[in-house]
Design a protein around this ligand. Structure first.
Ligand code: 9PG
Length: 437
């Protein structure tokens, strides 16, 4: 569709990944792009419908080519929130050959790749009539210390020490619920979920909760009772939304009136419990291809579902997207996770850079810096500063430089002097309006 002359020794190609965890980074021609370690990873952290040929650079709705001897070319969807075509770049000698499945627009900008992407984002803001994002609260999150083993008692014990840190919101992550999809049924480690949120508020903090609202676990009650609420393929089987928590995952069909009602009830209930911070996770599942009750595009279904959640949580609640398609979320969230998870280890477990580890978290946090302050507040993932976190000093530096939303995720009694001091500093620092001017 277009051919860009390049200097192959100096050129750079910048891929934009589909969702929060999908690697987004720059490559020199000839260096192989990161690719998923297998189908489960592709569905759950890359893009289910997208498997580029080897030796092709692929951006989802957005890719940039810096030819090395001239202005940066930004190739982007003509309608980035509603249509996210895969855009491929293959390099042949001194040419970058761009092909795309749908309408894309090529614009050239002077400066670095990040500056060019920032200029492109600047052009999107007025086109969509986006307001400047609200400043983010500071949060404490249970995940990176307790993972799924979180208990009501462990949250309470941190609540008792919370005045050591400048925290606005105490956010309970994955683990309070009985199953993935059964958001109003407590796990056996939580005797009184609404009571816990009341105690959080009584302590002077705002209350936050994690959900994966468009996921339905195969072992959940909602899957057993409402098989008609699942997105299906044309053969009639539920579409795979991946595999995690030792079970197959399906996608909730938010266009089904019963499922839509259920989603509303869940979030209205949380609102009644006094919760006004929502981390909605794994929301790529709302935009998977498949057969839905209403025959609308996956992205349309996704955007409608996010609006439904906003309606239920109220206009003042703070909404953080995670595992979220990036471009289709513009205008619908206050903050956005822009990276794979941070983890105690630097490298990801199975070598797949979309998986938890500081390496992938830093790559994406840097590559998506241009989004901050334009589309939303960038969430680089939580500060973890306790002893035992590999290369914790480097992580703190990254959060300081690229952290829009600032959160802490250590058990407070595990922090040594350096950890406590650093966490306090990162939570108190002023956050710039933009990371890239
Ligand atoms: C809770 C966590 C935390 C975390 C999120 C998300 O592909 N995977 O298997 C995969 C699992 C977990 C994960 C990301 C990917 O982490 O980013 O902050 O909320 O869920 O389960």
């Amino acid at each position: 569709m277009t051919d860009i002359p390049i200097d192959p020794t100096r050129a750079v190609i910048h891929e934009q990944g589909w969702q929060s965890w999908s690697p987004s980074t720059s490559y020199r021609p000839g260096s192989p792009p990161h690719r998923p370690a297998g189908d489960i990873r592709r569905i759950g952290a890359w893009r289910a419908e997208s498997l580029p040929a080897p030796d092709v650079y692929r951006g989802e709705g957005l890719i940039a080519v810096d030819p090395g001897d001239g202005p940066v070319h930004v190739i982007a969807s003509a309608d980035p929130v509603n249509s996210v075509p895969a855009i491929d770049v293959s390099v042949v000698d001194s040419r970058a050959i761009v092909t795309a499945a749908d309408d894309v627009v090529v614009t050239t900008y002077d400066g670095s790749v990040q500056q060019a992407l920032a200029r492109w984002a600047d052009s999107v803001v007025p086109r969509l009539g986006l307001a400047a994002p609200r400043p983010a609260p500071t949060i404490w999150c249970s995940w990176y210390q307790y993972f799924t083993k979180v208990t009501e008692a462990s949250v309470d014990s941190n609540l008792a020490l919370m005045d050591r840190l400048p925290i606005d919101v105490v956010q309970v992550d994955d683990g309070y619920q009985a199953e993935i999809g059964d958001w109003l049924i407590p796990s056996s480690d939580f005797a009184d979920v609404p009571g816990l949120f009341a105690r959080i508020r009584d302590s002077g903090h705002r209350a936050g909760i994690w959900t994966a609202p468009f996921l339905v676990g195969a072992q959940s009650q909602v899957a057993a009772e409402h098989p008609d609420w699942l997105v299906r393929n044309y053969a009639g089987s539920p579409v795979s939304a991946g595999h995690n928590w030792n079970q197959d995952l399906y996608a909730l069909d938010s266009t089904h009136p019963g499922a839509a009602d259920y989603l509303s009830t869940v979030f209205r209930t949380f609102r009644d419990w006094g919760i006004d911070f929502h981390k909605i996770d794994f929301i790529y599942a709302g935009a998977l291809y498949g057969r839905r009750y209403n025959d609308i595009s996956p992205i349309q279904a996704y955007r409608d579902a996010l609006k439904l959640i906003r309606e239920a949580i109220g206009p003042d609640a703070y909404l953080l997207g995670c595992g979220a398609p990036q471009l289709p979320s513009i205008g619908l969230v206050d903050a956005m996770r822009v990276s794979p998870d941070i983890a105690p280890t630097y490298l990801p477990e199975d070598g797949d850079v979309s998986m938890p580890g500081q390496w992938g978290a830093v790559l994406n946090g840097e590559s998506r810096a241009f989004q901050h302050g334009r589309f939303w507040v960038n969430d680089p993932d939580c500060i973890v500063a306790r002893p035992g976190i590999e290369r914790r000093e480097e992580w703190a530096e990254h959060v300081s430089k690229f952290g829009g939303l600032r959160g802490s995720s250590d058990a407070i009694d595990q922090l040594d002097d350096w950890g406590l001091e650093t966490t306090r500093r990162l939570l108190s620092e002023p956050v710039p309006r933009h990371f890239i001017d």
